[in-house]
Design a protein around this ligand. Structure first.
Ligand code: GAP
Length: 478
């Protein structure tokens, strides 16, 4: 798949009611999207899969914490000091870039030159770009001209930029709480859902009488003032996270990390139907680790624009709990009554973005069937927003009435869509593009012997079966 497929997917999303550009009547708001009727169903189906996978563990429970929390939470977590992206401006074009992103758009000879200037070993991977960003930031005085000297091109102008020294940009959205700015205290929209779990962890543990190891899972919105937001819904400023924080004894952090790495990568192939070839792990180099992490692995997917992170699995140690304890003055230790031992548990975090999984599922399902001149979304049955399209052959002779009767009998358990416009072939093709796995046609024979034709989306095979066997057929062939 190439980048041109992404454009086709974006257009399909709008046409079929999956994703719309936000505020379109006002010219749009950059990197903001709304989910249409089919989009909400697909998003809900993915998040339900994730939630179920978590809740299937008897020692994992759920939480729904607030988007806005006490400002000290972000002081303690280190987000006020450290949640920054390194950026640079081109003085000529006035364009601003996140440095690692700017570097990912350069030719290899430019990266080679930068590595030489900064004395970095070039391994030609993400870690190399992270190391360059890190070094430019840490030693911004010494290397203030490095980007220009290496010939870094501004993707906007196509010329070598006059780059400013690397600076930090905090990604949190700041706002005010209360009726007036004067009386209100500055607060932040959460950049991750995780902190809501940490500040509640002892309340959850006590109320549910949980024993380490245990996990707390949460799905909710997060906000980041991303410098660059592109590739459709891959990186936006408002998005949904699905995070699970697993509290373990400090001696078990590494084995738990391995356990969750295995579990999480299996989730993608087993539950979302992603081909294993399209998934890989990327371990963060020490330089690129987030301020809270001892070890971190991304699960990456092979998007049309290249490999991109869909999930982070982090060993956050006891960093967050200890920092909250320091600033709040409240004890954040877990007490193991059996062993009579008090300690701060280590936290293994699995953190994924629902919107990215949505895009991944669409990319994985998108298929151009040139032989039959159609586009198909090969969505797994469980994820498809509509499961069956019900089509009367004609708009007369009692066929619509019979079709509606069949629609009503199936729709309660399997979401159906009714379509009587245009030729049967066109109606099927319309639904192939929307990912609907089955099509049913009601014709004159149906009125005689109560049989229908059922068509499978991917193979386009058709079968004549009794109406009473529709659900059995779907169960066996989905
Ligand atoms: N609590 C840890 C944490 O937030 P992260 O690696 O910054 O870690 C986790 O983010 C996941 O959240 C990412 O793997 C991605 O799926 C999603 N995510 C992060 N920033 C995003 C953005 N701007 N737009 C969409 N999804 C995003």
């Amino acid at each position: 798949m190439s980048i041109k497929h992404l454009d086709k997917i974006v257009s399909l999303c709008k046409r079929k009611g999956f994703v719309f550009p936000n505020s379109e009547i006002y010219g749009g708001l950059k990197a903001s999207y709304d989910y249409g009727p089919l989009g909400v169903e697909l998003k809900k189906a993915i998040s339900e899969k994730w939630w179920k996978a978590m809740m299937n563990n008897s020692n994992i429970v759920g939480l729904d914490s607030s988007i806005m929390v006490h400002p000290d939470v972000w002081e303690a977590s280190g987000h006020i000091a450290n949640f920054n992206d390194p950026l640079t401006d081109n003085k000529d074009s006035k364009k601003r870039y996140r440095i690692d992103d700017l570097l990912s758009q350069q030719k290899s000879k430019v990266i080679d030159a930068l590595c030489e200037i900064l004395s970095i070993e070039n391994k030609n991977d993400n870690n190399t770009l992270d190391k360059i960003s890190h070094t430019l930031l840490q030693e911004s005085d010494k290397y203030s001209n490095a980007l220009e000297s290496a010939g870094v091109i501004d993707p906007f102008s196509g010329n070598i930029g006059k780059w400013t020294p690397a600076t930090q940009f905090n990604l949190m959205f700041q706002t005010n709480s209360g009726p007036s700015e004067k009386s209100g205290k500055s607060i932040y929209l959460r950049p991750e859902t995780a902190q809501g779990i940490y500040i509640n962890y002892l309340l959850v543990q006590n109320s549910m009488r949980l024993k380490v190891p245990f996990g707390i899972a949460q799905i909710g919105k997060a906000f980041r003032n991303e410098i660059i937001a592109r590739n459709f819904i891959f990186r936006t400023r408002e998005f949904e996270q699905m995070e699970m924080q697993y509290f373990v004894h400090p001696s078990e952090d590494e084995s738990s990390m391995e356990h969750w790495k295995d579990k999480r990568i299996s989730f993608y192939s087993e539950e979302l139907g992603i081909r294993k070839d399209n998934l890989k792990f990327h371990q963060h180099s020490e330089d690129a680790l987030a301020h809270y992490a001892k070890d971190a692995f991304d699960i990456e997917y092979n998007f049309p624009f290249g490999w991109g992170e869909v999930e982070g699995i982090h060993n956050r140690t006891d960093f967050d709990l200890k920092e909250h304890e320091k600033l709040s003055g409240k004890n954040m230790m877990y007490f193991d009554a059996l062993k009579n031992e008090k300690y701060h548990p280590f936290i293994i975090e699995t953190s994924t973005g629902l919107n990215r999984l949505f895009l991944m599922v669409l990319c994985e399902s998108y298929y151009e069937d040139n032989e039959n001149n159609r586009t198909v979304l090969k969505l797994p049955f469980d994820l498809a927003p509509n499961k069956i399209v019900i089509c009367p052959l004609l708009k007369k002779d009692g066929l619509p009435e019979k079709a509606k009767e069949i629609y009503d009998s199936i729709n309660a358990t399997h979401k159906c869509v009714y379509d009587q416009q245009g030729s049967i072939g066109k109606r099927y093709y319309r639904q192939d593009e929307a990912g609907t796995p089955f099509g049913i046609t009601i014709d004159h024979e149906t009125l005689e012997d109560n049989s229908i034709t059922i068509r499978e989306r991917d193979s386009m095979e058709q079968h004549r079966i009794p109406v009473d066997n529709i659900l059995k057929f779907i169960l066996e062939n989905k």
